[in-house]
Ligand binder design. Structure first.
Ligand SMILES: [Zn+2]
Length: 113
């Protein structure tokens, strides 16, 4: 049996945790039902974990960054809106994508039957 890909490899390539060949995503955030190697990706239930952790860590990061910028530079309110609004959207989408890969990998490695 061929060697299974490592977590770093799977995260870098967004690939299947069993075969490591093709992307697990149907589109940017939607995971495919099944990989071509036969692994049913829909069996690995990842639930709301990626969204929760994405919001949790991102909120802490953004709030402390906003406080830091306010204390250090005291910019007008519109700067905060322009700066943090798009940053939250951009970072949360990317964080959710990578957390989905991480959760799927962990679920495959430790819970597969
Ligand atoms: Zn596969």
């Amino acid at each position: 049996m061929e060697k299974k890909p490592s977590l770093i490899y799977v995260l870098q390539n967004s690939c299947c945790p069993q075969c490591g060949r093709q992307s697990i995503f149907q589109n940017f955030l939607k995971i495919k039902e099944k990989c071509s190697c036969g692994l049913k990706l829909s069996n690995h239930e990842i639930g709301d974990g990626p969204s929760f952790f994405s919001m949790f860590f991102l909120n802490i990061f953004i709030i402390f960054s906003a406080i830091l910028v306010e204390i250090k530079y005291s910019p007008p309110l519109w700067v905060h809106i322009i700066l943090w609004g798009p940053l939250i959207i951009f970072l949360s989408v990317f964080l959710i994508r990578y957390l989905k890969i991480l959760f799927l990998f962990l679920n495959f490695k430790y819970r597969s039957k």
